[in-house]
Design a protein around this ligand. Structure first.
Ligand SMILES: [Zn+2]
Length: 95
C-alpha cells in the first residue's frame, strides 16, 4: 500500500470543495463539508441514518479548521494522507 501525504489540504469527500464552508460532519470515513451537510441534512437530529454520523463539527468554525483539528485529535497530525491500494491488494481483500 502506498501512502501519500497531502499536507494540510482539506476537501469534502462529496463535492471536493467546501474548505471555507462552516461546520460539516464525519460520516463513516468521509469528511463532508458544511454545504453538503446542509444539502443532505446530516446535522438534523432526526436524520434517518443519524447513527452513521461520527462527528458533527462546530458550525462557528470552517470545515477546514474542523477537519484539521479532527485529524490532530485522531491521528496526531494535521497532515492528511491518502492510501493508494494496488489492484492486487484489492483483489485479495475481496476474495
Ligand atoms: Zn461538500
Amino acid at each position: 500500500m502506498e501512502i501519500i501525504d497531502i499536507d494540510e489540504k482539506v476537501h469534502c469527500d462529496f463535492c471536493n470543495e467546501g474548505e471555507d464552508s462552516m461546520g460539516g460532519v464525519i460520516v463513516g470515513s468521509n469528511a463532508v463539508c458544511g454545504k453538503c451537510t446542509k444539502k443532505y441534512e446530516y446535522d438534523k437530529p432526526d436524520y434517518k441514518y443519524a447513527d452513521e454520523i461520527g462527528v458533527i463539527f462546530d458550525k462557528k468554525k470552517t470545515f477546514k479548521e474542523n477537519v484539521l483539528q479532527y485529524r490532530e485529535l485522531m491521528y496526531g497530525s494535521r497532515n492528511g494522507t491518502i492510501e493508494i491500494m494496488p489492484f492486487s491488494d484489492f483483489e485479495e481483500i475481496n476474495t
